[in-house]
Design a protein. Structure first.
Length: 74
């Protein structure tokens, strides 16, 4: 299982949602981190969402980046 981390800052939600849905359906462990100013979007059930700095510190985000197999920024 691939650990995928999506960092959301912009508002290209349509493409991001398509990619996340496919990865999640393939059995990947998908986490979305909403950076300050990022929009709220509806995600498939089972996709983890964290907000920086409310749920995750910047140090925690850096740790997540290094733990992930793939990091995608939007």
């Amino acid at each position: 299982m691939t650990r995928v981390l999506h960092l959301l800052k912009g508002d290209d939600a349509e493409l991001m949602l398509t990619v996340i849905t496919r990865q999640h359906a393939a059995g990947d462990d998908v986490t979305v981190v909403r950076l300050p100013g990022a929009p709220t979007i509806g995600l498939p059930a089972g996709v983890k969402v964290q907000r920086v700095p409310d749920d995750l510190t910047y140090e925690g985000l850096l740790q997540r980046i290094f733990e992930s197999d793939q990091v995608i920024t939007w």
